[in-house]
Ligand binder design. Structure first.
Ligand SMILES: NC(=O)C1=CN([C@@H]2O[C@H](COP(=O)(O)OP(=O)(O)OC[C@H]3O[C@@H](n4cnc5c(N)ncnc54)[C@H](O)[C@@H]3O)[C@@H](O)[C@H]2O)[C@H](O)CC1
Ligand SMILES: [K+]
Length: 495
């Protein structure tokens, strides 16, 4: 099994750089390897003898650009290079790298991109410190306007390496070569979209160093959680695979619970029951077959059902309504100390009352699954949680505050555990933005926890399976399709 993919923040990467240098690889050697990787990538894009224009910045990113330019010239390309800032200000490894370059070094704002077969963006990397303006902004505007393919060194200039945000303006890269490990900006939006295809060049920094300096941030793919998924053996039977309980809304709002229930069953929960208000029993009964049905009249009804400890995983939220009754249901569920997924109304009913969630979920595995709006409403009185620009930081703080795994949805869903472990999902598809999709995700997560999968792994696996199912269907996807697509995804996963 391949190891989970580590993602390192710019500051973690800098520490890894320093550790690598301390372990005996000179910084200039790291830069030579980085520059060589850029030159190799450029050769795959620009036909031999083609025209390559390099825009180099004042820092180490620029240094990578100088190395690449010199190598590409040696390899027979017609290379020109423009420098942002002056040669006299170059220092350290970048100054040494610049000595490799035999060509002219005019100001970057004076070079033309129009006759280039390929542009190499070596202006800024992980050291971007503020929004682009002045000459830097002008050069990026002209690079983007040229319509030429752009190869970004480490990351597209103008993108914040930690948050994936555009700092004023950013290079729209066709391809990016990053070094040693991907950074958050290669997975978070919009940085992911600006990076084009991304390759990770090995420049000799060991996984031990990367794990020592990083180690809590991952790309969300099966190697991160496949080991935790249940593999039903001959001996296991439905009672060992848990019993998921999904709370239903009223008579005209029962579909969400059934979507979640169906997904829980499909992902392997041994038994699944919909807990239905009395006035919706008929409606639910008419739709359910393998999924069982129990009458549940408000919080007292839920409390009575949960006396049966075989119900080991609960879904509350979809279509329950935004009111004190839902808050009371959540309180009963938390008291019962079962695995718990809270979504939609179960979150919005606590708008501005996030203090009720403070440390509330440390007693049992729990996953909160807000989208941006629900997250902002829930934590609206907690600027310390809402303020960070980084989606990773926001989600981590919410997880630490509540004691639950928090899954902040989006094209770049972030899953954070209270202990800091965090994963960024990247196999999402726009087709998932359909009514009921979130209900299905809740059921997948609860159904996995019913089988004993820990909350963080269940949330990560649920997101990935959900997205894979959606992507396997494509246009025309509706939520009812999703649960039925899960067996195919599991077959591929577990084969
Ligand atoms: N293992 C690795 O990841 C390696 C990375 N390398 C490259 O090093 C850069 C990071 O280099 P650094 O010098 O820290 O920062 P930058 O080159 O990105 O730029 C900083 C430079 O630019 C100035 N600056 C920052 N923001 C702005 C702005 N908005 N406008 C104008 N100027 C700005 C700042 O003052 C600095 O002078 C990494 O990305 C890799 O490409 C190593 O080369 C190989 C190993
Ligand atoms: K760059």
């Amino acid at each position: 099994m391949t190891a989970p993919e580590l993602v390192l923040t710019p500051s973690e990467m800098k520490q890894a750089d320093r550790e690598a240098i301390a372990s005996g690889i000179p910084g200039i050697e790291l830069m030579r390897r980085a520059g060589r990787a850029v030159a190799d990538a450029a050769e795959k894009i620009a036909s031999s003898g083609g025209r390559i224009v390099v825009a180099a910045g004042p820092g180490l990113n620029g240094g990578d650009g100088f190395i690449a330019a010199a190598l590409l010239a040696e390899r027979g390309y017609r290379v020109s290079l423009g420098l942002l800032g002056s040669l006299d200000h170059l220092t350290g490894d970048t100054l040494e790298a610049a000595r490799d370059w035999r060509g002219e070094t005019p100001p970057a704002e004076e070079i033309s991109f129009h006759d280039a077969d390929l542009i190499v963006d070596a202006l800024f990397g992980t050291g971007l410190a503020r929004d682009l303006e002045g000459a830097a902004r002008l050069v990026v505007e002209r690079m983007n306007a040229s319509g030429k393919p752009i190869l970004a060194v480490d990351l597209p200039s103008g993108i914040d390496g930690s948050t994936g945000e555009v700092r004023g303006l950013a290079v729209k890269a066709t391809h990016t070569v990053t070094f040693a490990a991907r950074k958050p900006c290669h997975l978070l939006m919009p940085g992911r979209a600006f990076s084009g295809t991304v390759e990770v060049a090995d420049i000799g920094i060991s996984r031990e160093i990367l794990a020592a300096k990083g180690g809590s941030l991952f790309a969300n793919h099966p190697p991160l959680w496949l080991h935790a998924l249940p593999k039903p053996g001959l001996m296991s039977h439905k009672y060992e695979r848990g019993h998921t309980l999904v709370a239903s809304g009223g008579a005209t709002r029962t579909g969400a619970a059934r979507l979640a229930a169906r997904a829980a069953l499909r992902v392997g929960s041994g038994l699944v029951t919909v807990a239905s208000p009395p006035e919706a029993l008929g409606v639910n009964a008419a739709h359910l077959t393998a999924i069982m049905l129990r009458g549940c009249d408000g919080p007292e009804g839920l409390h009575a059902i949960l006396q049966d400890t075989r119900f080991n995983s609960l879904v509350l939220g979809p279509a329950l309504g935004i009111h004190s009754g839902t808050r009371a249901m959540v309180a009963v569920a938390v008291q019962a100390r079962r695995s718990l997924v809270l979504d939609a109304d179960a979150l919005t009913s606590f708008e501005g009352m996030a203090s009720e969630f403070r440390g509330a979920f440390r007693g049992a595995p729990a996953v909160l699954t807000p989208h941006d709006g629900e997250f902002s409403r829930l934590f609206k009185d907690h600027p310390d949680i809402l303020d960070p620009a980084s989606k990773i930081e926001k989600t981590r703080r919410a997880a630490a505050y509540t004691g639950a795994v928090v899954l902040l949805k989006g094209a770049d869903t972030v899953i954070a555990a209270p202990d800091g472990r965090t994963a960024i999902n990247e196999n999402g598809t726009p087709y998932l933005a359909t009514a009921g999709s979130g209900d299905t995700l809740c059921g997948l997560i609860a159904g996995l926890m019913a089988q004993g999968v820990p909350a963080f792994e269940a949330a990560c696996a649920g997101v990935w399976i959900h997205a894979e199912a959606g992507a396997s269907f494509g246009p025309g996807l509706i939520a009812e399709d999703l649960a039925e697509l899960v067996p195919g995804v599991l077959r591929n996963l577990l084969k």
